[in-house]
Design a protein around this ligand. Structure first.
Ligand code: SF4
Length: 228
């Protein structure tokens, strides 16, 4: 008897997963474009987090309740087995930036993602499934992840580089503008998105090329000219 397949989903890929269905299908087959993610963004995250853990969470937003950033949660988190809208099994696993334990009774928690990007209030829409998936993991954790039922807050904390105020002795002071954006729970949207993703994974044939994409355009030109 064949075992039930459990699909794996990464929070960071959820919001943009349907941008190209063909690439999504290919990635499930193990064929991925080697997209370059500049390591400097990880360095920014680490520097921002290192500073924030020494501060009041109200520095990010005066509207946040008092609380502390949970420095004990530094590793990967994962969900127990969940089901999509068609009853297929999946797990979500990933890494959070900032988890806050608020000083409330009963205890409530917040999940905040740090992004170095241009500041725009619409960014919260672009990352809402990523934030919801972290909340879903903590509410339905695997055996290695703590359970937090009361996720009170989802948010994005944006940093945009603006100007250099000083350079001396090989050091540079750069000013960043910041903005805190409050998110909302959207569990149904998350499950619907995972259902759409698994539908694509299970297609027999890859979805069509998107010739608006420069990478596919490149491959098609090579094929047309019979260079490959
Ligand atoms: S169009 Fe082609 S290269 Fe571009 S994202 Fe889709 S499958 Fe990948």
């Amino acid at each position: 008897m064949s075992e039930e397949k459990i699909f794996k989903v990464a929070p960071s890929g959820l919001d943009y997963a349907l941008k190209c269905k063909r690439c999504l299908w290919l990635s499930h087959k193990g064929i991925k474009l080697d997209a370059f993610f500049p390591p400097i963004f990880n360095a920014f995250d680490l520097i921002q987090k290192k500073f924030l853990i020494t501060q009041s969470v109200k520095l990010m937003s005066k509207d946040l309740p008092d609380g502390r950033i949970m420095t004990e949660l530094n590793g990967f988190i994962g969900s127990s087995t969940l089901n999509d809208k068609k009853g297929r099994s999946f797990v979500i696993s990933g890494k959070t930036d900032v988890v806050v334990e608020f000083k409330t009774s009963p205890k409530k928690y917040g999940i905040i993602d740090l992004k170095t990007t241009n500041i725009n209030p619409s960014k919260i829409e672009n990352y809402k499934l990523q934030l919801e998936s972290y909340a879903t993991i903590f509410q339905n954790p695997n055996s290695k992840t703590p359970k937090f039922s009361n996720i009170e807050e989802l948010g994005l904390y944006l940093f945009e580089p603006k100007e250099i105020s000083k350079i001396s002795d090989g050091a540079c002071n750069m000013k960043f503008e910041t903005l805190y954006l409050k998110g909302n729970r959207c569990h149904d949207d998350l499950i619907k998105r995972v259902t759409d993703i698994i539908d694509i994974y299970l297609m027999d044939r890859p979805p069509e090329y998107n010739l608006a994409c420069s990478s596919c355009k490149f491959v098609n030109s090579l094929k047309k000219e019979k260079y490959i």
